[in-house]
Design a protein around this ligand. Structure first.
Ligand SMILES: [Zn+2]
Length: 111
């Protein structure tokens, strides 16, 4: 039966019937791996999709911030400037919220 294993040295996780011979990330030996409980593994699996969504949102917001800065530099008129400044302010908040949420997931083993 497959289990979810975590390297106790670096946190790398992988599925398998047995722990790997060594950690692909840090090279720690087989005995450094611990099997996650079903409850811990469920947290990890449940968070895979939402963590990816948060990371995608951060990437998209970076594009918005770049465009908004470009638009601000052009400074066509007050209406444009207002939108570009608001996009930067709101984008920053959204990006930091997503990053904080991911950090919270990591601290609770949902990674
Ligand atoms: Zn490792």
């Amino acid at each position: 039966m497959k289990k979810l294993w975590r390297c106790s040295v670096c946190g790398y996780k992988m599925e398998g019937a047995e722990a790997p011979e060594k950690c692909p990330k840090c090279g720690a030996s087989h005995d450094q791996f611990v099997a996650l409980s079903d409850e811990e593994a469920k947290k990890v699996y449940d968070s895979y999709v939402t963590n990816d969504i948060h990371m995608e949102i951060v990437t998209l917001v970076e594009k918005i911030l770049h465009l908004a800065r470009e638009g601000e530099e052009i400074n066509l008129d007050p209406g444009c400037l207002h939108i570009f400044k608001k996009a930067q302010e709101d984008g920053y908040v959204l990006k930091e919220m997503c990053k904080a949420e991911i950090a919270g997931h990591i601290s609770k083993g949902k990674w």
